[in-house]
Design a protein around this ligand. Sequence first.
Ligand code: SAH
Ligand code: SF4
Ligand code: F3S
Length: 446
Amino acid sequence: MSEPAPRKRLYIKTYGCQMNVYDSERMADVLAPLGYGVTDSPEDADLVVLNTCHIREKATEKVYSELGQIRRMKAARAEAGADMTIAVAGCVAQAEGEEIMRRQPAVDLVVGPQAYHQLPELIARAHRARGERLAADFAPEEKFDALTVARRPTGVTAFLTVQEGCDKFCTFCVVPYTRGGEWSRPAEAIEAEARALADKGVREVTLLGQNVNAYDGEGGLAALVRRLATIPGLDRIRYTTSHPRDMDDALIAAHAEVEALMPYLHLPVQAGSDKVLKAMNRAHTAESYVRLIEKIRAARPDIAISGDFIVGFPGERDADFEATLQIVREVGYASAFSFKYSRRPGTPAAAMPGQVAEPVKEERLARLQALLDEQQRAFNDAQIGRTLPVLFEKAGRHAGQLVGRSPHLQAVHVSAPERMLGRIVPVRIEGAARNSLAGALELETV
Ligand code: SAH
Ligand code: SF4
Ligand code: F3S
């Protein structure tokens, strides 16, 4: 394909979830034919895109403070006689489009997650200083048709969005409002994208969706995984994030039967008290979640379980929080994310009585994280002495070192030659820290 050498510089900063990472890459792809090449420094960028996250108050506020800095860079460039276009994308754009333009007039355009294919046009309009500054309709199908044509992967592992949006309406969460309803891409389009990635050297795909296991193509996510597992060269398949409600028997069976499906599952429970789970509208109980984990472990005994937790949801008493610690002890997590409840305007929980005081949230979060850290450490320690297949992804920080991933998604540091990048190689695990493992190549591999 003939394409102009980059004449203009594009700086993209990505906040939030992997879906945003995927979208940022697609935005760069769609802008490349217009002459935009990606740069790491915003100061000399012709176009700055902030791909934002609305999930917690802190995430949203970060965007406004970043915009303040970018505005100063734009002013400095203007003094030097150069232009800078500022675009705000992502979930804050969807939720607070008008507000962004009011709070930060230096913003040239605001574009919601389903409108990225319109970026070239929006930028052209912004340059003419007229017309639409805000595009935020929900039309996921158009988005994917337009964005996934000329994908250029940058490594051996890649994200692939298969589902977007959420119909679950957990009472604390903004996602159903920022990403719209659940929508699944056709399996053919996903397979075509996966094949193209594999042709370009990608060995592992992570299927993405706000509720990826609600994927509703024929046969659900299980059938999709089995279909992708037949693609030559695609040796590893992962998916995230899942909802316990959509974890069906077919998907559990796939974990037992599909070799390429990695033994790792991010399955958020959020809390351990049934009273809190009900108020959260999670549609599972502590007990049903624990039974589900047992069933999954029966199918795939070595699976690593990861989760998300919220402490200090409205009405959470000490006893409720103890129930969260209890479910963590019962399940045993390999890794987890945990957050203080953040009150999001417009969500049902924001108006609930019994909002929990900040110091209480902090204390609970510290206790929960201490327990989760301990479990993560124990999970990593348990790998010492084992030999694991590691997919080498990139050079390590030290010379002669590569970093890869174990089947359980742990980072593994190994002394290995560069030619092993992109290969899956047996590694003897010799050391463990909280966030990574260290290992050595088996002698016969060297
Ligand atoms: N779809 C996924 C998660 C999406 S958001 C799921 O259902 O699991 C990622 C995580 O952010 C959530 O799992 C939750 O733990 C956290 N989160 C969402 N809204 C929050 C809020 N208002 N305050 C604190 N944490 C929140
Ligand atoms: Fe948010 Fe719940 Fe939907 Fe996850 S399932 S995105 S937490 S509303
Ligand atoms: Fe954030 Fe939107 Fe993802 S709110 S977590 S970027 S779906």
